[in-house]
Design a protein around this ligand. Structure first.
Ligand code: G3P
Ligand code: MG
Length: 242
């Protein structure tokens, strides 16, 4: 049975280091986080890499859609300078590199499948197959907002712990969570109290994103939320406990 954490470093430790980079994973670990969350999507030639946006502009010095660029070209980009000069030259990591670093540092992982449009099943299949091959029984939760990705993870790796992401409260959320055998509900931490209560009452662990204020983390915990994703995992650990 998977034990989920109370604090998960969001995109690594996104307030202190560039998101979805190995530097960010190291920073989360340095701040004391036991788990990290990252976003994975595919390059044009099908390599799973860590990236939140569908386009390259915000978090790299490249241009265009991730789905239109091969890995060799994405690998040449600088994914650190936009955040600060100390991170100049930080590359876009592959999923395999992330797995290796998490194993080295002893970190648990929430792997969010964040497919480019139209690649929902393919992205989930590649990520789940890599996880089956490389993760070796370490603490892992795979999650997605995309139903097609979640269905594919269940098909490829029926035993992988699965989190269903909810931004709001869709009408059929209970049916979806039950059909997918959700191990966790990963919900927007800014939702109103009644919505959070509905999710908690479902009876599976609820994780809330993105919570950067200790007071909000405490309020959510009082409502029964199990844990939070935070850009500031160190502050959360200090104020809220691990
Ligand atoms: O997985 C939790 C959270 O990361 C979901 O939102 O947009 O930050 O990927 P986003
Ligand atoms: Mg995410």
């Amino acid at each position: 049975m998977l034990t989920l954490p109370r604090i998960i470093g969001h995109r690594g430790a996104a307030a202190a280091a560039p998101e979805n980079t190995l530097a960010g994973i190291r920073e989360a670990h340095a701040q004391g986080a036991g788990w990290v969350e990252v976003d994975v999507k595919l390059t044009r030639d099908g390599v799973p890499v860590l990236m939140h946006d569908d386009r390259l502009e915000r978090t790299t010095d490249g241009r265009g859609a991730v789905a239109d660029v091969d890995f060799a070209d994405i690998r040449r980009l600088d994914a650190g300078s936009w955040f600060g000069p100390a991170f100049a030259g930080e590359p876009v990591p592959t999923l395999d590199e992330l797995f290796a670093l998490c194993a080295e540092l002893g970190l648990g992982l929430n792997l969010e499948i964040k497919p480019c449009p139209g690649r929902e099943a393919e992205t989930a299949r590649v990520a789940a197959e890599r996880a089956k091959a490389l993760w070796n029984g370490r603490p892992l939760l795979v999650s997605s907002f995309e139903e097609a990705s979640l269905v594919e993870v269940r098909r490829v790796a029926p035993d992988l712990p699965l989190g269903v992401l909810f931004e709001d409260v869709p009408a059929q959320w209970r049916t979806l969570a039950a059909r997918l055998r959700a191990d966790a509900l990963n919900v927007d931490g800014g939702l109103e109290t009644s919505a959070i209560r509905n999710y908690v009452d479902f009876g599976r662990p609820v994780l809330a994103w993105t919570v950067n204020e200790v007071g909000r983390a405490r309020s959510l915990a009082a409502l029964g939320v199990h844990g939070v994703f935070s850009d500031r995992p160190g502050e959360m650990l200090a104020g809220f406990g691990g």
